[in-house]
Ligand binder design. Structure first.
Ligand SMILES: *Cc1c(COP(=O)(O)O)cnc(C)c1O
Length: 374
């Protein structure tokens, strides 16, 4: 039997052709032909006000933290159940992450607990759209407005998911996307910062270009370029942008295929949910099929199930160690209130294999093995 890996990077269309074309064009550093095509794609298709490719979502989050004007001693509210970069980006600026528990249904930050975590030091909220399922953005934006806070959406998993018709990543002041090879649309490593508030677009360009006004210089807005602000090098090479653009051309097909796999999982595992053996994810028509997880009743069941599947060469994976209980999370941040849902669900959640090249037979084999286990 062939192994079914958790994830598998893939090529779907003109990736290699466009990389060859980028080389032929003679411009391999950042902001060439393909980077500009990618920027336009996001700005028109999502849409969003300004898209800037970065070398990773981590880089986009770091840029957002600088743009938020985060200073040492500030606080930023975020879920504990997330990837380290959501917190690290703000800690690098001297802020303390304040962790809030998640909702049991979507595993997203529980919007009802956010206001209790706000202090005079709070500057921003960083909601994470886990599994590409939207956070309650209306409530979060309303809280932010009333308390004068900025919102940085960690939309790393959420490209082409929507909330009330709006693209995730385009709702907060900033949105951060990832094209890491484990995400839906990939370029190996890669990311984008979406700047949705006009007031920040110029500074975003400067921070991304090592703190220089190089972008303005190339547009003929200034007659020489120089060091004007803090910044770093956040641009991807044209090789990466060319690969990414070839994937964006097929973004609809990629999303549809992932949603199809999720529906097949949901259908074939529904009897186990009805029998009370496990819980299936909250999964709407407006999400992008990023992830399919199951929630067995305990850590012991999860551990036994992983062994059962691995013995059949099927490779599921669990997910985050909650940040509030990690060594760095304890050192730099604090939890606001109990973290009961986070602790409970993180110990039980199991992500099933999901990648573009999986077929119906793979899904059927995985589901049969899970039925067999229970
Ligand atoms: C993948 C991921 C990131 C980091 O993305 P990179 O592009 O690898 O830096 C950040 N946050 C979340 C929620 C993620 O899933």
């Amino acid at each position: 039997m062939k192994p079914i890996p958790f994830n598998k990077p893939f090529i779907i269309g003109r990736e290699l052709e466009l990389i060859a074309d980028a080389v032929t064009r003679g411009h391999l550093s950042g902001d060439g032909h393909y980077t500009k095509l990618c920027h336009r794609w996001f700005e028109e298709k999502l849409p969003c006000r300004r898209a800037l490719l970065t070398h990773s979502c981590t880089g986009a989050l770091e840029m957002a933290a600088i743009l938020c004007g985060i200073q040492p001693g500030d606080e930023v509210i975020l879920p504990s159940y997330t990837f380290v970069s959501t917190a690290n980006a703000f800690v690098l600026r001297g802020a303390a992450p304040v962790f809030v528990d998640i909702r049991p249904d979507t595993l997203n930050i529980d919007e009802k607990l956010i206001e209790a975590a706000i202090t005079p030091k709070t500057r921003a909220i960083a909601p994470v759209h886990y599994a590409g399922v939207p956070c309650e953005m209306d409530v979060i934006m309303d809280i932010a407005q009333r308390h004068n806070l900025l919102v940085v959406e960690d939309a790393a998993q959420a490209l082409l998911s929507t909330y009330k018709g709006k693209a995730l990543g385009s709702i907060g002041h900033f949105g951060c996307l990832s094209f890491h090879e484990t995400k839906n649309i990939i370029s190996g490593e890669g990311g984008a910062l979406l700047v949705n508030d006009e007031r920040y677009t110029e500074r975003a360009e400067i921070i991304r270009e090592k703190g220089t006004n190089r972008s303005q210089f190339f547009r003929g807005e200034v007659d020489k370029y120089t060091w004007v602000d803090i910044g770093s090098s956040y641009l991807p090479s044209e090789l990466v942008s060319a690969f990414l653009y070839a994937q964006l051309e097929r973004a609809g097909d990629i999303t549809a295929q992932r949603c199809r796999i999720c529906s097949a999982y949901a259908e074939q595992l529904a009897p186990l949910e009805q029998a009370g053996k496990l819980r299936l994810p909250h999964f709407d028509a407006d999400s992008n099929g990023h992830m399919f997880y199951i929630l067995p009743d305990s850590l012991a069941t999860r551990t036994a199930l992983i062994a059962h599947l691995k013995a059949r060469d099927i490779h599921p994976v669990f997910h985050y160690v909650p940040l509030h209980s990690s060594p760095a999370g304890r050192k730099y941040g604090r939890a606001s209130g109990a973290m009961q849902v986070t602790d409970d669900l993180s110990a039980r959640l199991l992500r099933l294999p999901l990648h573009y090249e999986m077929d119906d037979a793979d899904v059927a084999r995985i589901c049969a093995a899970i039925h067999d286990f229970f």
